[in-house]
Design a protein around this ligand. Structure first.
Ligand code: NAD
Ligand code: UDP
Ligand code: UDP
Length: 312
């Protein structure tokens, strides 16, 4: 029997790739999305597939469906989008988690939470390990996202302890690839869009801050591996690519891959922008038998090809 799998945020960047993978594995997929940052274009190719169904729904409201597994990805993920309506961002993380956990409890479904490296905030230890509690500003402009995701983790672990739910929590580090929204303000999509249009590349701050970038296909491998771990293994598990780059280096790489004449300009660093970020993935290697396979240049080339196509 195919499993009935619900993906919240399934019309988004990562969610749509997850839907692709699950449909490919012949599972019955229910994609739930309110299209806040996602797009029908991301899932258009799946709409006629017999194993795929879409429901336009906002997870801050209760939802009664019968499923075997839930991947909870619904949440705007880029600073521009999650700061657009910060109250709704917190509601999506917190009320969304409560509703999805309530649903999982009722139907006894295994439930996966897409948490984030942002739970570590501006980290004091490097690279970040799962046992680190983080350094997060509770009242800043990133807090709606960071604290919302931290509270969602709290809820997951309380439903696990109090109600015996079968939970799987991953902390996702910066992920990129085709179907990132062009206007979402994230560094990879911004730099590629700017480079392809021959516009200035906007580095915030001096460009020495670091991030570690994981290609989306690798991320989906990690999700599916996490969901297949034995009951009782809850995580949290870091998932990301440990290859760490300065933002200035990323700009140079994208300029050279796009063969553009764009020049780099510097803009102010946003408030609470983390200085550095790199996942320690020892636990993922051990428990999921997973590590990323796609290098930055290959992944960027795929992503550039996608954005070039959009522009045509
Ligand atoms: P995305 O914005 O492309 O996808 C999020 C999806 O959730 C969108 O389709 C959006 O319409 C939907 N959504 C938002 N609010 C909703 C609501 N209230 N009800 C129903 N649907 C709603 O972002 P993404 O990059 O694909 O991120 C997916 C998940 O992974 C998010 O939970 C995000 O926090 C997490 N994550 C992503 C990254 C990354 O680098 N991309 C890093 C860490 C964590
Ligand atoms: N819920 C839902 N779908 C379900 C079951 C529950 O959306 O199939 C929501 C419902 O809104 C509820 C929340 O999940 O308030 C939490 O459910 P739980 O059973 O934990 O708590 P309670 O019903 O006691 O509030
Ligand atoms: N950034 C940048 N130029 C841009 C967009 C982002 O220099 O046009 C920087 C941003 O300040 C941050 C890093 O790139 O230091 C990653 O930003 P992103 O929004 O992609 O992810 P996050 O900060 O959530 O890790």
């Amino acid at each position: 029997m195919n499993k009935r799998i619900m993906v919240t945020g399934g019309a988004g960047f990562i969610g749509s790739h997850l839907c692709d993978r699950l449909v490919e594995q012949e599972e019955d997929v229910l994609c739930v999305d309110n299209y806040f940052t996602g797009s029908r274009n991301n899932i258009r190719h799946l709409l006629n597939h017999q194993n795929f169904e879409v429901l336009r729904h906002d997870v801050t409201f209760p939802l009664y469906v019968e499923v075997d597994q839930i991947y909870n990805l619904a949440c705007p993920a880029s600073p521009v989008h999650y700061q657009f309506d910060p109250v709704q961002t917190t509601k999506t993380s917190v009320h969304g988690a409560i509703n999805m956990l309530g649903l999982a409890k009722r139907v006894k479904a295994r439930i996966f939470q897409a948490s984030t490296s942002e739970v570590y905030g501006d980290p004091e230890i490097h690279p970040q390990v799962e046992s680190y509690w983080g350094k997060v500003n509770p009242i800043g402009i990133r807090s709606c996202y960071d604290e919302g995701k931290r509270c969602a983790e709290t809820l997951f672990f309380d439903y696990y302890r109090q109600h015996g739910l079968d939970i799987k929590v991953v902390r996702i580090f910066n992920t990129y690839g085709p179907r990132m929204a062009k206007n979402d303000g994230r560094v990879v999509s911004n730099f590629i869009t700017q480079a392809l249009a021959g516009e200035d590349i906007t580095i915030y701050g001096d460009g020495t801050q670091t991030r570690s970038f994981c290609y989306v296909d690798d991320m989906i491998d990690a999700f599916v591996a996490m969901m297949a771990t034995e009951k009782g293994f809850t995580g949290p598990v870091n998932v990301g690519n440990p290859g760490e780059y300065q933002i200035g280096e990323l700009a140079e790489t994208i300029v050279s891959l796009c063969k553009t004449s764009s020049k780099v300009i510097y803009k102010p660093l946003p408030q609470d922008d983390p200085r550095q970020r790199q996942p320690d993935i020892t636990l993922a290697k051990e428990k999921l038998d997973w590590q990323p396979k796609v290098g930055l240049i290959d992944g960027l080339n795929e992503t550039i090809a996608y954005f070039r196509n959009l522009a045509d």
